[in-house]
Design a protein around this ligand. Structure first.
Ligand code: IPM
Ligand code: MN
Length: 355
């Protein structure tokens, strides 16, 4: 298969981890006989440093032309002033909105070899295999904002149509898994959540009668994620709740650095990024965990290119590298030698080379 992949490394550790994801994709191309072309473009603080907007028009144009987008991370301390009008983060929000990527998939599958890296008791982690489906282009992230000297507002708005389409994605994915969906809202307080609950319930009744749907309030869901994580299959929720719960769920896997994501719309084109940020404190030192970025490349193969065998091969290679003890500092047991970023990338590439 021939595919064009836009590579937007961004800031901080973004370039380091994205480079390893590209190497993994090149190894896949070599082993399975595909022709992947990679085209890099600046985004975020990296673009601002070059005197451009956080999301330069040429970068957005490239993203539109390609079959898939591999994204690194965004954000830099020098542009972190909360009062700034232009911020690096606008690039990722702009990409999601412009490309209509309303569905964000964040799988959480703790590796047995890393149970010790999680702050949770090992007895809670067995059998955890959950998927957070986060609505990505609506809600408070994209509502109207106002600011006066000593007051501010952020509007949270959802339409039934926005809720229906994300619910369908969650139900479809659940149908191919264990058939259970937990919809997370705050329907005891928020009007948007009441519309959310009503709409999700209608969609399951009319279109997915075989799915088991339960509703959880977000505060309770946050606790249950830690007290009975194995009971969840698919969680579907609005933008802000999904942002928060997915970082929380990363603790189950042992590190934010392991967590991949796929951002999808109605077509095949998607954006793939690890859920971690730019981690300026460790940037440039070659110690960032690339497994989340590499696992995001696996999602790219699966969702945008339809290459399931290849996606599974990448996921297996990551799991085997971890099981073999090739662990970056964030997941290495205290007192052991941690692997640098490139060594973790090598461990995956080596495993992808063998047939
Ligand atoms: C994420 C990030 C982004 C978000 C930031 C960088 C805007 O935290 O992808 O989870 O809040 O969506
Ligand atoms: Mn986040």
């Amino acid at each position: 298969m021939k595919a064009r992949i836009a590579v937007l490394p961004g800031d901080g550790i973004g370039p380091e981890v994205t480079a390893e994801a590209v190497r993994a994709l090149r190894a896949v191309a070599a082993r399975f006989g595909h022709d992947f072309g990679f085209e890099e473009a600046p985004v975020g603080a990296a673009a601002m440093d070059a005197g451009q907007e956080p999301l330069p028009a040429a970068t957005l144009a490239l993203a539109r032309e390609c079959d898939a987008i591999l994204f690194g991370a965004i954000g830099a301390l020098k542009y972190a002033d909360p009062a700034a009008r232009i911020r690096p983060e606008q690039a990722i929000l702009g990409l999601r909105e412009a490309l209509g990527l309303y569905a964000n998939l964040r799988p959480v599958v703790p590796q047995p070899a890393l149970h010790v890296a999680s702050p949770l008791k090992e007895s809670l982690l067995g059998g955890v295999d959950l998927l957070i489906v986060r609505e990505l282009t609506g809600g408070i992230y994209f509502g109207r904002r106002t600011r006066e000297a000593d007051s501010a507002t952020d509007e949270c708005r959802y339409t039934a149509g926005e809720i229906e389409r994300i619910a369908r994605i969650a139900f479809r994915l659940a149908a191919a898994r264990r058939g259970r969906v937990t919809s997370v809202d705050k329907a005891n307080v928020l009007e948007t959540s009441r519309l959310w609950r009503e709409t999700v319930t209608r969609v399951v009744r009319e279109e997915f009668p075989a799915i088991t749907l339960e509703h959880q309030l977000v505060d309770s869901a946050a606790m249950l994620l830690l007290t009975r994580p194995a009971s969840f299959d698919v969680l579907v929720t609005e933008n802000l709740f999904g942002d928060i719960l997915s970082d929380e769920a990363a603790a189950l896997a042992g590190s934010l650095g392991l967590m991949p994501s796929a951002s999808l719309g109605d077509g095949r084109r998607g954006l793939y990024e690890p859920i971690h940020g730019s981690a300026p404190d460790i940037a440039g030192r070659g110690i960032a965990n690339p497994y989340g970025a590499i696992a995001s490349a696996a999602l790219l193969l699966r969702h945008s290119l339809g290459l399931e065998t290849e996606a599974a091969a990448v996921e297996r290679a990551v799991a085997e590298a971890i099981a073999a003890g090739v662990l970056t500092p964030d997941i290495a047991p205290r007192g052991t030698d941690a692997a640098p970023t490139q060594a973790a990338g090598d461990a995956v590439v080596d495993r992808l080379r063998v047939s």
